[in-house]
Design a protein around this ligand. Structure first.
Ligand SMILES: NC(=O)c1ccc[n+]([C@@H]2O[C@H](COP(=O)([O-])OP(=O)(O)OC[C@H]3O[C@@H](n4cnc5c(N)ncnc54)[C@H](OP(=O)(O)O)[C@@H]3O)[C@@H](O)[C@H]2O)c1
Length: 286
């Protein structure tokens, strides 16, 4: 990439599981990267940093100066607080890649649970603001399994609410897909939404079993009834609204057997397996 053609990309949620993978890839490809993070800690060499809250329109306006494209995540349980930030995006008019959920159902009047509803509302908000955003509807990220690390350091079991089986996708594949779209340039025709899935449909128990293979341990998943799952998550310090949204998702999100080739279409390589993710991240669980 020559100096003249180097785009500047704003990455929101840049310290998160997906955002950090996107930052690494953009830097490797020679883009100028601006990270929007909520807290000061953990600067990334080679990238600019803006510290502030994603819901604050002034923060978003400052972060957008000189930006060609934005990776937009909305890690919140309401889309109402997105009106101001989306207005700033519309005024600056960068290319926007929004990370949504594969559970969004275009035919549904109301989505299955509050988390999916927020993604659906965000897609509509971006569209209504006139932004030509590219929507990447991601399946469950493999990196969610990091939430089990504490339990697996303490024992051989993972207990939690059972979730519908889905085609868990490696966040590195979603990052590859996002980078492909972010760097595609304005001239490219835009399609979508893309639905990014892994290559096989897995239950929580399947994932824990595959982690066990990677860790050479016999691990088991215990599905907790809603009341017990709720009280354990609250005791772990998770915010009440998030806990209620997760309980609703576990009860209402339908099973999905959808597997797409959209990762390969966007990146040129097939989607990786959860088993491989587990091997690559085994050290984080011991
Ligand atoms: N995980 C999944 O299975 C999944 C599936 C489909 C779609 N998605 C979407 O993909 C996105 C990324 O997922 P992820 O697993 O990488 O999430 P993650 O690891 O939780 O990262 C989200 C990041 O956003 C930051 N953040 C949260 N609220 C913020 C705010 N108000 N202002 C500024 N920053 C804020 C968090 O900062 P702190 O570190 O300070 O908390 C965190 O670094 C999520 O928005 C989610 O909606 C996820």
């Amino acid at each position: 990439m020559s100096e003249a053609t180097r785009p500047t990309i704003l990455v929101t949620g840049a310290a998160g599981n997906l955002g950090s993978e996107v930052v690494d890839r953009l830097l490797a490809r020679g883009a100028r990267v601006r990270r929007l993070v909520r807290r000061q800690a953990g600067a990334r060499a080679g990238a600019e940093q803006v510290v502030g809250d994603l819901t604050d329109p002034q923060v978003v306006r400052a972060a957008l100066v000189g930006v060609d494209a934005v990776l937009l995540v909305w890690p919140r349980l309401d889309a109402a607080s997105a009106h101001g930030p989306v207005a700033e995006l519309a005024a600056a008019a960068p290319r926007v890649v929004y990370v949504s959920s594969s559970a969004v159902d275009d035919q549904a009047v109301r989505q299955s649970d509050p988390i999916v509803q927020v993604h659906s509302d965000m897609e509509a908000l971006l569209h209504d603001a006139g932004l030509r955003s590219v929507v990447l509807r991601s399946d469950t990220l493999a990196s969610n399994a990091r939430g089990w690390a504490a339990q697996l350091r303490a024992g051989d079991g993972v207990a939690g609410p059972d979730m519908a089986r889905t085609a868990v996708v490696d966040e590195r594949d979603v990052a590859d897909a996002a980078v492909a779209v972010l760097l595609a340039g304005r001239g490219q025709p835009e399609h979508g939404p893309y639905v990014l899935t892994g290559p096989e449909v897995l239950s929580r128990a399947d994932q824990v079993e595959r982690l066990g293979v990677a860790l050479r341990r016999r691990l088991r998943f215990e599905a907790l009834p809603a009341d017990l799952a709720r009280s354990r998550m609250l005791a772990d310090g998770r915010p009440e609204r998030l806990v209620e949204a997760l309980i609703a998702a576990s009860a209402r999100r339908p099973e999905s057997d959808l597997i797409t080739d959209h990762v390969e279409r966007l990146t040129g390589h097939p989607a990786g397996t959860f088993a491989q993710w587990a091997v690559d991240h085994a050290v984080e669980f011991s």
